[in-house]
Design a protein around this ligand. Structure first.
Ligand code: NAD
Ligand code: UFG
Length: 359
């Protein structure tokens, strides 16, 4: 069976990482069914994926479904036989998860339980799950290897930790299941076309979208959280990874599952290199030609000084490695920002009302 015969369910495929991955899946010849409740995304993103996919757009289908609605989800599983699921759907804002823990546990856990149950019922036993480096908590050393002890510092992180454990239990109970848990480090950048990218609602929590919004004049300045970390320049160090590299990691994971991988494996998706806040700012200024005004303030509660991935295992076992560096990440982030300073929505039409549709 070639990838052209394979049908993939992509939950959360209208979102930032899901939309980029859906495009690569289509280009690799897969049939892609996106389900998304559009809670943190818009249908326009899927329309743009369809446009970029060209001749493959006929293989793209979209259903506006909330994973918590098991009846609706069941209808999709009854209609289509999926060869594998890539599960992105979930809420992801750390601060919001602290304020609304029940919402996060309900959305991320109930949604996943429904999905796993229906997969079981319909004999779909191949799964790639979006986990996060957040499950390393505040790592005691770097680089983070996949066998580091796991912990969570906030409710969002706990949902990732719990879901990882639930999936491990499901796989243990039925060895037919083959699962890959992918722990993303810090996804940034956008598709080279500038047509799709990250479009956070409200004030961004993460560094790169914040810098982008300062560059296009939506925000006045970047607050640098902490200048006294034991790092090269005192600011926090993270492992930023181009979203196209990240998307490609999912293709590598599926390839592994379709060539007979068994059990439940976990891989970091990062570059293995750390970059400081000030280095990101300098790279973005070079890419955009814009000055990013800075305000130096205290550390953000719960932040680690330095987090980056060990990529040894993923390189060895999935034959995947990130290709892009910080300059390319900033170039593509800026290209997306310049073309879409207000994201997918015009500033005066931030609301949208879309019903389910197919392409
Ligand atoms: P995103 O918010 O852009 O995409 C998530 C999508 O899931 C959104 O389109 C949202 O509408 C949808 N969704 C949420 N709850 C749903 C539900 N109950 N039913 C149906 N759809 C639902 O986020 P992203 O950055 O693309 O992240 C994708 C996944 O990767 C998430 O699980 C996230 O936790 C994880 N992750 C993201 C990062 C990051 O920094 N972006 C880092 C590590 C892990
Ligand atoms: N930072 C600033 N100013 C800002 C935003 C961030 O200085 O306005 C700094 C942070 O202190 C940190 C770095 O920029 O040093 C990166 O911060 P992000 O919030 O972009 O990323 P984090 O690594 O702190 O956290 C993100 C997600 C987590 C996830 C983690 C790894 O928010 O949920 O990436 O995937 F676990």
């Amino acid at each position: 069976m070639s990838s052209t015969d394979k049908v993939i369910l992509v939950t959360g495929g209208a979102g930032y990482i899901g939309s980029h991955t859906a495009l690569l899946l289509l280009e690799a010849g897969y049939k892609v069914y996106i389900i998304d409740n559009l809670d943190n995304s818009v249908e326009e993103a899927i329309e743009r994926v369809a446009k970029l996919a060209g001749k493959y757009r006929k293989n793209l289908f979209f259903y506006k479904v909330d994973l918590r609605n098991k009846d609706q989800l069941e209808k999709i599983f009854s209609m289509v036989r999926f060869d594998a699921v890539v599960h992105f759907a979930g809420l992801k804002a750390v601060g919001e998860s602290v304020a609304k823990p029940l919402l996060y546990h309900e959305n991320n856990l109930i949604g996943t339980l429904n999905l796993l149950d229906l997969m079981n019922e319909h004999g779909c036993t191949k799964l790639v799950f979006s986990s996060s480096a957040t499950v390393y908590g505040q790592p005691k050393s770097v680089p983070c290897t996949e066998d580091f002890p796991l912990s969570a510092t906030n409710p969002y992180g706990r949902t990732k930790l719990f879901i990882e454990e639930i999936i491990r239990d499901v796989q243990k109970a039925d060895p037919e299941w083959s699962v890959i848990l992918l722990r993303y480090f810090n996804p940034v950048g956008a598709h080279q076309s500038g047509l799709i990218g990250e479009d956070p609602r409200g004030i961004p929590n993460n560094l790169m979208p914040f810098v982008q919004q300062v560059a296009v004049g939506r925000l006045a300045e970047l607050s640098v959280f902490g200048t006294d970390y034991p790092t090269r320049d005192g600011t926090g160090v993270r492992d930023y990874i181009h979203v196209m590299d990240l998307a490609d990691g999912h293709i590598a994971a599926l390839r592994k599952l379709f060539t007979g991988a068994k059990g439940c494996s976990v891989y970091n998706l990062g570059t293995g290199r750390g970059t400081s806040v000030l280095e990101i700012v300098a790279a973005f200024e070079r890419a955009s030609g814009k000055k990013i005004p800075l305000k130096f303030i205290g550390r953000r509660a719960g932040d680690s000084s330095e987090v980056y991935a060990s990529t040894e295992k993923v390189e060895r076992e999935l034959h995947w490695r990130a290709r892009y560096g910080i300059d390319e990440m900033c170039r593509d982030q800026w290209n997306w920002a310049r073309e879409n300073p207000w994201g997918y929505r015009a500033p005066d039409s931030m609301q949208q009302s879309v019903e389910s549709s197919r392409f």
